[in-house]
Write a protein that binds this ligand. Sequence first.
Ligand code: AMP
Length: 188
Amino acid sequence: MNVIIFGPPLAGKGTQSKNIIENFGLTHLSTGDVLRAEKDKNSELGKKAEQYSKNGLLVPDDLVMKIVENFYKLNIGKGLLFDGYPRNIKQAKHLLEFLNTDNNKIDLVIYLKVPKNILLERAKKRALEENRKDDADADTVITRINEFSKLTISAIEYIKDTGVKTVEIDGTQTREDIFNEIIQILKK
Ligand code: AMP
C-alpha cells in the first residue's frame, strides 16, 4: 500500500506520519526531512535547496524528483508514505508515471485540512518553541501557506481526478482524534 499525506505547513503531517509508520509499517519519505538532512551535511544539494526553503519557496522540481526516485529504488517492494511530495502538478504526474512504469500505484490520499487563521496561530506558538527556522518566521510561514494554496491543492485535485481515493480530515481536531480517524480509514 502506498499513501500520500497532504496538508498545509503546520497541519500536523509530521506527527501523523510518525503515527502511521509506527502502526502500519509503511516506510516514510519526507522530502522536507531529506532536504534538511542534506543541508546539515552541507552537501551541494542541501545548499541549493536551502536558498529556496529558507524563504518558504518550493525547491526546483528536478532536485526533489531525483530524491524521490532514488528513495523509491532503494525501497522497492515496501509500502511508502509520501509526506510533502508531490507539491505541484508536475511532481504529481512524475510520481504517478514512475509508479505506473513499475506496475505500482497510490492507494490512498489523506488530506489534513486546516484553515489559514489557525495555521497562523500555530506559527506564532511554534516560533517560541521550535528551532525550525522556516516555522519560526511569520513571513516564511505565510509564503509556505501560499505555495500550498497556489500549487499543492491542484496536485491533490490532479491525483484525485485519476481516481485515487482521497479523504479529507479535519486537522483542527486533537492529534489523537485525527489519528483515530486515520486508523479507521487505513483499516478499510
Ligand atoms: P516540509 O518539511 O515538507 O514542510 O518542507 C520544507 C521545505 O522543503 C519546503 O518549504 C520546501 O522549500 C522544501 N520542499 C519539501 N518538499 C518539497 C517538494 N516536494 N517540492 C519542492 N520543495 C519541497
